[in-house]
Design a protein around this ligand. Sequence first.
Ligand code: SF4
Ligand code: SF4
Length: 384
Amino acid sequence: MQYRPYGSTGRDVSMLGFGAMRLPQNEDGTCDYDASVPLLRQGIDAGINYIDTARGYISGTSEVAVGKAIKGYDRRKLFIVTKIPSNDIKNSVGREWRRQLEEQLRRFDMEYIDLILFHGLNWASFEEHVSKPGYALEAARKAQADGLVRHVGFSSHDTADGIVKLIATGEFEGILVQYNFLDDHNRPAIDAAHDAGLGVTIMGPVAGGRLGVPGSVALPGQGIEALRLPDLALRYVWSTPGVSVALSGMNAAEQIEENVASAERTAVMTAAEQSQIAAILEKNRRLTELYCTACGYCMPCPNDVNIPENFRYMNWHRVWGLTAEAKDAYAKFSEEGFHASWSPQKITGLNAEYCIQCGICEPKCPQNIPIRKQMKEVAAALGA
Ligand code: SF4
Ligand code: SF4
């Protein structure tokens, strides 16, 4: 594991952070501690010391899982990060903020938090209430003085300008923002944080979801063979000056192994390699959208063909060169449906072979895709 200074805090953090928002869950939506605790410990044993959770993750049970997992480890070596929402004026009142903090400490069964983040802070909330006397910022300072939190920062989905303004207040020691090879709009905020000596943590470094391809496949061709997508994505983020930590929301042993292996490599990308990779991925993404944007306007199909999902797999095959993955996924279509890593919902509906060429879907497609003809092509390319 490689470690980096977290801004000017004097603390070193693992450049891979364990995002505890996607830990295994029970049927009732609470965290499955029996499955989650060993995963968190696997990460800690591999050298991860930065663990990120939040008041709201997994209905509050993510914090409990983290607290259970760190029992027995040297607390001083760990950097535990959690968040409290404060954009809502009610939550931002100092007394309420403090009440929530104390409740969270009880969930963790911990005496202090290394870094507390104002969750999803934006400039308007900061100006209007968070920074005012009697509100959250004052409460955070008091909590620091009382030894309940070591450092104060914020996460944000505000514009980069809004984030830069928050940084410029001089009130914070760290930020958590979105950044990946398909979305670098926060680069000015990262630069500003770096210049101001703040720690910078990145969420969403692996843009697999947005690329619409499985997160664990090789990027084919293009002279960058043998590099897996999450590896590329993480190395892209770590190669950006100022980045301290990239978070990965891990929930499987192999995923932890793979991400840790990426963090153990020393090679960083040059700016030219970064641009080359971003350009290839962007080109592929655009090509994908040229074929089918997955808008779903063509649905429902009277014969229950899942049109966008069939096209998704066709795109894996024709744009990404992921023929084996495309055929595997295509073979899973069934009346009962199936769960897959690339979709938050169960995937239902049938494969292209069930298209009866009625043509009802075609006038509804804003892309003017000749769906009937292409369904035949999908069946020929991906069918048995
Ligand atoms: S043409 Fe095929 S995919 Fe389109 S609605 Fe008819 S059966 Fe469904
Ligand atoms: S309407 Fe066209 S672009 Fe939209 S999901 Fe259907 S085929 Fe794809």
